[in-house]
Write a protein that binds this ligand. Sequence first.
Ligand code: ZN
Length: 449
Amino acid sequence: MFIRQTLTKSLYTVTKPQLLANLQELERFQWLSLAELQALQQQYLQCLLEYAYTYVPYYRDLFNQIGLKPADVATDPTAFQKIPPLTKRLIRQNGDRLVTTEPSRRANLFRVKTGGTTGEPLWFTQDQIYRNYNFSHDYHIMTWSGWQLGQPQFWLWGHVPDTAPTGLKAMAGQAKDWLINRFDTNAFIMSPDSLTQFAQRLGQHPQGVLWSYVSTAYRFAQFLQERPALAAPIKLRAIYTAAEPLFDQQRALIEQVLGCRVFNCYSSIDTGDIACECDRHNGLHITMRNCYVEVLRDGQAVADGEAGEFVLTNLINYAMPMIRYQIEDWGRKSTRTCNCGRGLPLVEVVEGRKIDLFKTRDGRTVYGAFAKDLLPTIGSVKQFQVVQKNLDLVIFRIMTESIINPEKLQHIEQATKNALGHNVTVQFEFVDSLPTTPTGKHRYLVSEI
Ligand SMILES: [Zn+2]
């Protein structure tokens, strides 16, 4: 194990020295006091604003239009709140106007797309500095479970089949994965065979961490629960879940079957890591080096402890600065502090995608989570999805292998009507599989309104 760690470190020293430098910086950064962290964040924010004003046409025009100079924010940090949030619609409308015009940076840009919860992909531009940083940050939060560079890492993650590398590129990727002790399996096409193979690998390489979408980790745990002999040799250090809300019963099952703690993270392909649990599991620490988090309601900042919409500013991606980006997720900054000693403040678990808020005929907005507490009570539910088709129709799609007691279904129907109104028709569909987003994520709650 020690040899492997030395090998991995040497490889990174040669090929990615910046990654190791970032890791060292992040290690120091996390232990600063909140006041020190906030002061540093203001400096990072200031640099970003100045860069955006100099090199990014969208921001230059916007700042001129609202009469804001980056220097104004240095003297009065509240001036930052004058900047209108960057919505997904604005990103679509402005395209290349959001991308840097700085020639040296433009020489090496990548475009990535997110699946887009509405089915319409959204394109983002990033550069190698940002990518290296994201890798470093993943590794950094993995150390929160005691993991060290070179120890095994397993990824049960989505790879869209048509974008997976092939030929020489794929072989080079496999060699690199071997050197850094990384094992991947495609969450997009999970089959009993692929999961068996993956579980065997986990069993052969102790002390690793597993990264997974919440729903795929949960499905993997269900799969192993039925195959105790396959689960027995697995000795993981931690499971990092991301990309979807984590429900208590999912955490409980994953931890029970895989025999280690779940570290829940909040991240996104467009912004990188945003927050993650430490080994005390008191909430998710905001990753302040790369992300400035605001919580707004009707455009105004809310007090800590109050729920609202997240508006995020990534402090690393200068290729396409995203200032006050409306990610369409909800949550709240915690009023509690963590006893681990990190200065990074906590956010409480994200309350769900804005898009998953259900609407009622009398004009209310209801977070669809009212439905998620009901299904685990009805027996062997493998997976579910609740779809609001229109103001009068909600469909529960349920994957299960057993017959569900009609009384339980009646109970769900009644609870749904109580939450959304008695005009609502509730239908149940029993299915063999459920659709995922283009990047393989599962959505529990879908509003088609
Ligand atoms: Zn902590």
